[in-house]
Design a protein around this ligand. Structure first.
Ligand code: HEC
Length: 118
């Protein structure tokens, strides 16, 4: 009886230890690292819009890049609208149609809406 109790404790402890060891390996390592939209943003948008969407970069300030964190911009923006704007271009922002794949355009549009238009 005493032995089986000990064995039971041992099994529980090992299972707990194992799950603590395994959990970090199974958990996603930050959503951004796996988001293809984040990659595209970093490569094609960040120079003007900055990491945080404020447009506070040299190029961004020169072109008067709008802050994508403002309530005004966020209002009802959908990924489809952003994708359309990106395809056609807007003011100083040149059209991205043909400059990147359809998949990248879609991914980056979804990314900016998810990240800034919350
Ligand atoms: C050369 C600098 C530059 C780059 C690169 C750039 N933008 Fe822009 N972006 C601007 C400027 C300037 C505006 C403001 C245009 C206007 O209102 O006349 C703007 C506007 C926007 C807007 C707001 C549009 C709206 O509905 O008012 C979004 C969203 C946006 N950019 C997303 C992106 C994304 C995503 C990328 C990368 C694929 C990108 N931009 C790359 C300069 C840039």
């Amino acid at each position: 009886m005493k032995n089986s109790k000990r064995a039971f404790c041992f099994i529980i402890t090992s299972m707990l230890t194992l799950s603590f060891l395994l959990l970090p390996a199974l958990a996603p390592t930050g959503a951004e690292a796996q988001d293809p939209g984040a990659d595209v943003y970093a490569k094609k948008c960040k120079t003007c819009h900055a990491d945080d969407g404020t447009g506070a970069t040299k190029a961004g300030q020169m072109l008067k890049t709008p802050d994508l964190n403002t309530a005004e911009w966020k209002k009802g923006k959908s990924a489809a609208e952003v994708e359309k704007t990106l395809r056609e271009g807007l003011g100083k922002m040149k059209a991205f149609e043909g400059k990147m794949s359809d998949g990248d355009l879609k991914a980056v549009s979804e990314y900016v809406v998810a990240k800034f238009a919350k």
